[in-house]
Design a protein around this ligand. Structure first.
Ligand SMILES: [Zn+2]
Length: 498
């Protein structure tokens, strides 16, 4: 019998239901009435419920196949408030139990915990399911707490426990570091440490050196559209990003390129506040293009990580602009929390928005001011503040207001540019309507390979195809902005609703 473990797919839902039901009947019927089992199963594992689990970026499903047939299902779920990964399901068809397949599924879950940078995997087991309790205990789980768990009208007792999983790559991580920030004493500022990292990496990492050689050959031209100017950049190597497949299926089936176990061997990093790695982007759009990746494989979300985002912008100082791409509008790794940083002054919106006539709607949160900026073909909310807490609160208000118009459980679509002058923050938030314009998906000569993110909202259009570089003019760019971003009027309505 040939077995393998793979990430689940939408097409697996019927098999998952069969595996759950048959293994439940075998394991739970001795102590849970069939009608309660049926009711709980129907409510919790119908096709819609499975689709919601599948779409939840904090849920990971695994299928065990035996000779090409799905015979087992494992599922982990990350609980953000506890910072714990739970093994939420592990089930095998009864005739395939006792063959080591459950151990394979458990190892996949442990691997998942390591990918989050966690040292433990948690599980809850029904006390009366003694066989399962012994199975987990043999594999190193220690149970510490009892909790009631309801299935229909039956309440059963769960024991909650965990097992240590060796965090991968701690030694590997230390070897990669060129600096740790912050440092006591007269250590260089963060921007200088990043410049030193880049200089060093160009000499020791051929892939990065190639990326910078290619950047020198990149062609660009200016397109002027009334009140705005955009730089169009023909950058063939960016096909990895602007052509990336970002559907959940494709994301799940590729190794995450921001997880530290998957970084290229010569890549080095600055450890930032024990939480993020500052890395050189090997396919730069600008000289000095950095990626800032969280140490853990957490979903992309700004609302949950505002304070560190602001802190990072301040630590980088006025020479760098910090960029955020929402998970559904420009992030090439929506499953791994990350930011980018580029040198200040290269994105036209930095100065155009500064000059735009704002102030139509202004709200205050302590020392922070929320205003409207526009007149450049796409609308932006501008937040300015001198105190971190007020600025983070104002940013949170804007994200929450945007979220009232978005689907629940997903972050509202937006790109953010953040700068810090030395005195305070300036955030330019571009609310979005759409990730890619319809022309991106055309199959005829009207196709445009433009995938707008924070860089495009900032006024630099990157394309990896020469024909797009030739054809992008003021009319087309204006149309793309209207299609994918809020206009000035929509931003005013948004700010008025705060
Ligand atoms: Zn990752």
């Amino acid at each position: 019998m040939e077995t393998l473990i793979r990430p689940w797919r939408r097409g697996d839902f019927p098999a998952v239901r069969r595996i759950l039901w048959e293994s439940w009947v075998a394991a739970y019927q001795p102590f849970i009435p069939a009608e309660d089992l049926r009711a709980y199963f129907a409510a919790t594992y119908n096709l819609d419920a499975l689709a919601r689990l599948y779409d939840n970026p904090r849920v990971h499903g695994f299928i065990a196949e035996a000779d090409g047939e799905a015979v087992g299902f494992g599922r982990t779920q990350f609980h953000l408030n506890e910072n714990r990964l739970y093994l939420a399901s592990l089930y095998l068809l009864p005739s395939f139990q006792g063959k080591g397949i459950g151990g394979d599924l458990l190892r996949a879950a442990e691997e998942n915990a390591r990918a989050y940078g966690l040292g433990e995997l948690w599980v809850g087991v029904m006390v009366k399911n003694e066989a399962a309790g012994r199975w987990y205990a043999r594999r190193g789980f220690r149970f510490i707490r009892e909790e009631p768990f309801r299935m229909g009208r039956t309440t059963v007792v769960h024991v909650i426990g965990s097992k240590a999983v060796v965090a991968a790559g701690e030694a590997d991580l230390r070897q990669r570091l060129t600096a740790v920030y912050p440092r006591e004493g007269d250590a260089p500022p963060l921007a200088a440490a990043a410049a030193a990292l880049l200089q060093r990496q160009k000499g020791e990492w051929p892939g990065l050196a190639d990326g910078y050689t290619a950047l020198e050959a990149v062609r660009s031209r200016e397109v002027r559209g009334g009140s705005w100017a955009v730089q169009v950049q023909f950058n063939p190597r960016r096909s990895v990003s602007s052509g990336a497949r970002l559907d959940p299926e494709s994301i799940r089936s590729r190794p995450c390129f921001l997880c530290r176990g998957n970084l290229p061997a010569p890549q080095r990093a600055i450890l930032y506040r024990e939480t993020y790695l500052i890395l050189c982007n090997p396919v730069p759009v600008f000289p000095g293009h950095l990626t800032v990746a969280h140490l853990c494989h957490l979903p992309q979300s700004l609302a949950d990580h505002r304070e560190m985002f602001l802190r990072l912008a301040a630590d980088f100082g006025p020479g760098l602009v910090l960029l955020y791409n929402g998970p559904r509008c420009g992030a090439s790794a929506p499953d791994h929390l990350h930011f980018q940083a580029v040198p200040a002054g290269l994105l036209p919106a930095e100065r155009e928005l500064r000059n735009a006539a704002g102030g139509a709607e202004v709200k205050r949160y302590g020392t922070a001011v929320i205003g409207v900026a526009g007149g450049i073909g796409r609308g932006a909310v501008v937040v300015e503040g001198t105190a971190a807490a007020d600025t983070a609160a104002a940013l949170g208000e804007v994200i929450a207001a945007l979220g009232r118009t978005a689907a629940p459980d997903t972050e509202p679509m937006m790109n953010v540019l953040a700068t810090h002058s030395g005195d305070g923050w300036r955030l330019m938030i571009f609310p979005r309507l759409k990730h890619r314009p319809d022309a991106y998906f055309r199959e005829d000569e009207g196709k445009l390979c433009v995938s707008p993110g924070a860089v495009e909202m900032g006024g630099v259009f990157v394309t990896h195809r020469e024909q797009d570089f030739q054809v992008l003019d003021a009319a087309l760019i204006g149309e793309i902005y209207r299609e994918v971003a809020f206009d000035d009027a929509a931003v005013k309505v948004l700010v008025a609703s705060l």
